[in-house]
Design a protein around this ligand. Structure first.
Ligand code: PLP
Length: 264
């Protein structure tokens, strides 16, 4: 028996051949969270489970053409992942503008866990000026939040940084605290903080040992799927964190490199 297609999420993100992060990870998380992922690659990468060695942006016209071909699939949400340079960001902006009124989740990825840069020098300004006003929820880690607001004082608090980005047009920010724990946070705990103009909310999770490849992609895509199936922002944030924590705690250990989330 055939059933209706689940809510579709248009994913504009990089391809990670290891499957830990990137568009494969996004579609796995979306499927597990009740959605259907439509994949529009924005970049190919050369990488393993330790680091990213090369990023090759997809031609902007191809990104737009690929997304346009999917336009009649009743897109319910958009997830933006790795978009490496200004030309690709402009293509992503064009695509998002074609779907007004649906939730847009953006993971502002700039560096691989292994340390290599994934984006170009003018990236921050383009994201802030052109994409933030179209984003419903941004999911930076603390380092990404600091880079997006590097014009503020070096010791500015996360709340001030989030308020600054909200003033530039995005509706909400979920700051993840795995990589760079909050000052004075207990060592066995990870804290994620949701900032909106109206509320601020924190969640604490038991810290898992070791490093992971693809946790940020998993979280942002799970969040996009939960919003697409109709959950409220707070509920979707909570469910996406729960899904990500479970995926990591039951993760896979490759022969070398970081552990991979188990999104099944
Ligand atoms: N490759 C791609 C295509 C990504 O989108 C990302 C992160 O979003 C990475 C690599 C790095 O993933 P991680 O920082 O989890 O290792």
């Amino acid at each position: 028996m055939l059933t209706p297609l689940p809510p579709t999420i248009l994913v504009l993100a990089g391809h990670d051949p290891s499957g830990g992060a990137g568009i494969i990870a996004d579609c796995e998380a979306i499927t597990a969270c009740g959605g259907w992922g439509l994949s529009v690659p924005t970049a190919l990468t050369v990488q393993d489970c330790r680091n990213v060695y090369r990023v090759m942006p997809v031609a902007p016209a191809v990104i737009i053409e690929t997304a346009d071909a999917l336009a009649d699939m009743q897109i319910a949400a958009i997830k933006v992942g790795l978009v490496a340079d200004e030309a690709t960001l402009a293509a992503v902006e064009t695509v998002i503008r074609r779907y007004p009124g649906i939730p847009v989740v953006m993971d502002p990825v700039q560096k691989a866990s292994g340390g290599n840069e994934l984006s170009t020098v003018g990236w921050v300004d383009t994201v802030v000026d052109r994409l933030l006003p179209l984003v419903d929820i941004l999911t930076p880690n603390r380092a990404e939040l600091a880079r997006l607001t590097s014009h503020l004082e070096a010791d500015a608090e996360d709340t001030a940084r989030a308020v600054e980005l909200i003033s530039r047009g995005c509706q909400a920010i979920l700051v993840t605290g795995t990589d760079d724990p909050l000052p004075h946070a207990p060592a066995d705990q990870v804290t994620h903080t949701l900032h909106t103009p109206d509320i601020s909310r924190q969640w604490h999770w038991p810290r898992l040992e070791g490093g992971y490849h693809g946790s940020g992609c998993t979280l942002a895509s799970a969040l996009a799927a939960r919003l697409a199936v109709g959950e409220s922002l707070v509920q979707a944030c909570e469910q996406a964190q729960e899904f990500t924590w479970q995926s990591l705690s039951h993760g896979y250990l490759p022969a070398t490199g970081y552990a991979l989330p188990n999104r099944r």
